[in-house]
Design a protein around this ligand. Structure first.
Ligand code: NAP
Length: 344
């Protein structure tokens, strides 16, 4: 039987991707969409300035957008994908969880809270068991699970592969697409013919979220990985796809071929949104490129290339689609994991 799901913040950049990815989903049936009070009461097709490169699914176009309030969402909806601005999410997500809804959330609030699982299903699925602690501490019937920031999720699968060689220190410089800032995030006058060498809060998110994702959970407490991570984040005039240049210092001294083999060996899962290959490795050092490679695995794969040993450590480039693997697809995959692990 399919699970009835809803999308909070359904009219935004991430919400629209969620709607697209849920269209025809084998296990989830979309039953409710919410947005701000400005959109509530309108049909979805009127409220959403649709910008995804596929038509609005017929079944969604005529849905009435609801206010983002637990009282407005039907009780038989079990799973909510949240793509709200973090300030809004920090106020309403606990209300939904208290009312018994399970949330798979993109928003950055509470990602680093000790009782909130931050999950990439292929990398740290066991962290989901932190929900026992969350329910005990907060008294919720529902639950909140987070997926990481879009720039963090691009890099962490590769770091996880490198951990077997003793991951000690990571430096990363990003080239992040404009869709990562949401539809009203960066004006065209700011970004055309330009690069903005700062994205507020992003560097800290990469530094802290990576260590949480790579940390271990002993059934009661989550410890952070002790690798040092430093990030420099840049906004560039691509539409979708974050490209990142990574330098990793390792305890061991693997060859370039061993690094590439370790990337290829990271296993994908058997969930409906899983790509066949989690990390696609390119031999051609001019790949991956955002325009060419962001839709690998339906936008759910990470691409890596340019692996080389340098005096500053292993260097390589990686890329992921920021609104699919980096946001909506990550939340849907976490929803699939929640269902397969019996949390819904
Ligand atoms: P966005 O395009 O600005 O969309 C925001 C959504 O939230 C819209 O549906 C909007 O509805 C709704 N909303 C705004 N204010 C609200 C309020 N007071 N009450 C209820 N709903 C409200 O933002 P986005 O880029 O999709 O990002 C959504 C979240 O995902 C953010 O927390 C962001 O940090 C995170 N995220 C984004 C990306 C990315 O690549 N874009 C990646 C990872 C995580 P209206 O249309 O009615 O205003």
């Amino acid at each position: 039987m399919s699970v009835r799901v809803g999308v909070l913040g359904a009219t935004g950049a991430v919400g629209q991707r969620c709607i697209q990815l849920l269209d025809g989903h084998p296990e989830f049936e979309l039953a409710a969409v919410t947005a701000s009070e400005d959109s509530a009461g309108s049909s979805y097709s009127e409220a959403a300035k649709w910008r995804v490169d596929a038509p609005i699914p017929d079944a969604v176009a005529d849905l009435t957008v609801r206010a983002t309030d637990p009282a407005e969402v039907p009780d038989d909806v079990d799973l909510l994908f949240s793509s709200l601005p973090s300030g809004v999410a920090s106020e309403v997500e606990p209300d939904f969880a208290e009312e018994g809804y399970v949330l798979s959330s993109n928003s950055s609030n509470d990602r680093m809270a000790d009782d909130v699982p931050l999950v990439i299903p292929e990398i740290n699925p066991g962290h989901l068991d932190l929900l026992e602690v969350q329910r005990d501490e907060r008294g919720w019937d529902g639950a909140v699970v987070k997926n990481p920031n879009c720039s963090t999720i691009t890099m962490v699968p590769t770091l996880s592969a490198l951990d077997q060689f003793g991951l000690e220190r990571v430096h990363v410089s990003t080239l992040q697409a404009v869709s990562g800032a949401g539809y009203s995030g960066v004006s065209s006058m700011e970004i055309i013919d330009n690069v903005i060498p700062h994205i507020g809060g992003e560097e800290e998110k990469m530094e802290t979220e990576s260590r949480k994702l790579l940390g271990s959970f002993d059934g009661a407490e989550l410890s952070r990985h002790d690798a040092e991570v430093s990030a420099s984040c840049n906004r560039v005039p691509t539409i979708d796809g974050h490209l990142e240049n990574v330098w990793a210092e390792l305890d061991a001294d693997p060859s370039e071929a061993e690094i590439e083999a370790a990337f290829r060996a990271v296993e994908s899962l058997d969930l409906p949104s899983s790509p066949d290959q989690l990390i696609e490795v390119f031999e051609d050092p001019s790949r991956p490129q955002p325009r060419l490679d962001r839709t690998l695995g339906g936008g759910m794969s990470v691409a890596a290339g340019g692996v080389q040993t340098t005096p500053a450590g292993i260097q390589y480039n990686c890329l992921a689609h920021n609104t699919i693997r980096g946001a909506a697809g990550a939340a849907v995959l976490n929803g699939e994991l929640l269902q397969s692990e019996g949390w819904i």
